[in-house]
Design a protein around this ligand. Sequence first.
Ligand code: NAP
Length: 311
Amino acid sequence: MHTAIPMDGRKVAQAMKEELAAEIGGLEQAWRARHPWWKQGADVEFLLSVAVIILGENPTSLSYVRILTRSCANVGLRCKVRWLPADAPQEQLEHEIRQMNLAPDVIGIILQTPLPPHINTAQAVALLRPDKDVDGLHPLNAGRLAWALPCISPATPLGGIEVLRRYDVAIAGKHAVVVGRSNVVGRPMSLLLLASNATVTTCHSRTADLGAYTREADILVSAAGHPGLITGAMIKPGAAVVDFGTNVTAEGNLIGDVEAESAAQVAGYLTPVPGGTGPITNMALLRNAFTAARLQLGLADFVLDGTAHEL
Ligand code: NAP
């Protein structure tokens, strides 16, 4: 019986981690040449930092910080956590963003979302320095992605492109169908596939007859957060299927949007859940931090030269 080739996200993340860890030395050298006056604190293990700004401590944010701190340390970066109270006013958040924008050792800033309802998220995001915006949320990065210009793109979809590349799945000229159009996953994934010369169809909750589209996909991406949405019968034989869905069952198990068993009998390639797109996201985020640092150091230029660094 046919079984899809699993696209192993843990392996891809491991390879990315090794590549990034090897690059940090060169980056630090360039950074020190730019900031010869910088004195590193004796208690600080790593020179360069990724800052995470979080409003309110809760189990989700604590676990996010734990995972990110480990991922950062694995590639030689410090995770600088800026905890603000859950009821911190907009002005305090904006002050913190400005501080991180100015801090020379901070190469990337993550503003953990969703923010509490009293915060104007769009206003806060617009304050981020675009060349430190490692989540690719700033309007300048989002706009440049829409125009297929070099930019910092959201990490989750970048990870999706990475897994396809690492498994030699051809993108150019193929029909890609993306289910989901959120600003952090579905929409940027469609744009990244388009920038890689796929012909792209974007589906969403109002799409009539979803299967009619998915069955036409050489590359099928699901980012709906809807367990079992994509069954084997909705997949074109041999298609590469990327499942971003992260759903927790009543028993506490993690499952994707794609019905794994029936899909594996039809698809050519399939990302498992867990162990597919999830582990790659953090590495893609840290690679964005390296891209950001290169932009800040003038080693890459995303304003003038469309070939200075890749999407
Ligand atoms: P979201 O903001 O809720 O967006 C979901 C999208 O899916 C929306 O565009 C929605 O359409 C569409 N959709 C929902 N039900 C649908 C259906 N039955 N048929 C077709 N389209 C449907 O979620 P998100 O933040 O993009 O995240 C999507 C999934 O990815 C979630 O499971 C999330 O946990 C997961 N995720 C994974 C990673 C990772 O690293 N693997 C990272 C981030 C998120 P409308 O626009 O019409 O509402």
